[in-house]
Design a protein around this ligand. Structure first.
Ligand code: VL7
Length: 134
């Protein structure tokens, strides 16, 4: 049985977000504003079906998927790319591979000490975020 990531989570830390955005070719002005944000994660997990909302004053981003089923992801409002994305459980970690123009792109979520952790990768950059239950 896998961990339940459901809930509303508030960001408490965000390391290396700016270099990650830079790898995604996010423009300077957007990066300066985006790195000040403390987005909220709202996760609904029902069996293998997930809805993940990333909410902030600048942008909201929604992704819906079923574990193990590849889907076309449009990162509209973020870096505006299309990826073929697949999310799977790697033991207790929920891992997404985002195949597309950018190499080594993806993310991993896990629970640790009651907190929600997230690593976001693009090429050689890793952004590390931690969220606490709202
Ligand atoms: C999504 C943003 C930088 C553009 C705006 C910043 C707005 C709030 O992929 C993500 O989460 C996964 C796992 O939880 C589910 O989609 C993170 C935010 C990363 C990348 C691009 C900056 C413009 C931030 C939406």
């Amino acid at each position: 049985t896998h961990p339940d990531l459901s809930g509303t989570w508030n960001m408490v830390s965000n390391e290396n977000f700016e270099p990650y955005m830079q790898r995604l070719d996010v423009d300077f002005a957007t990066r300066k504003v985006a790195k000040l944000l403390k987005p909220q994660k709202v996760i609904e997990q029902k069996g293998d079906s997930f809805t993940i909302r990333t909410l902030s004053s600048l942008r909201n981003y929604l992704v819906e998927f079923t574990v193990g089923k590849e889907f076309e992801e449009d990162t509209k409002g973020l870096d505006n790319r299309k990826c073929m994305s697949t999310v799977s459980w790697d033991n207790d970690r929920l891992t997404c591979v985002q195949k597309g123009e950018k190499k080594n792109r993806g993310w991993t979520h896990w629970l640790e000490g009651g907190e929600l952790h997230l690593e976001l990768c693009c090429e050689d950059q890793v952004c590390k975020q931690v969220f606490r239950k709202a």
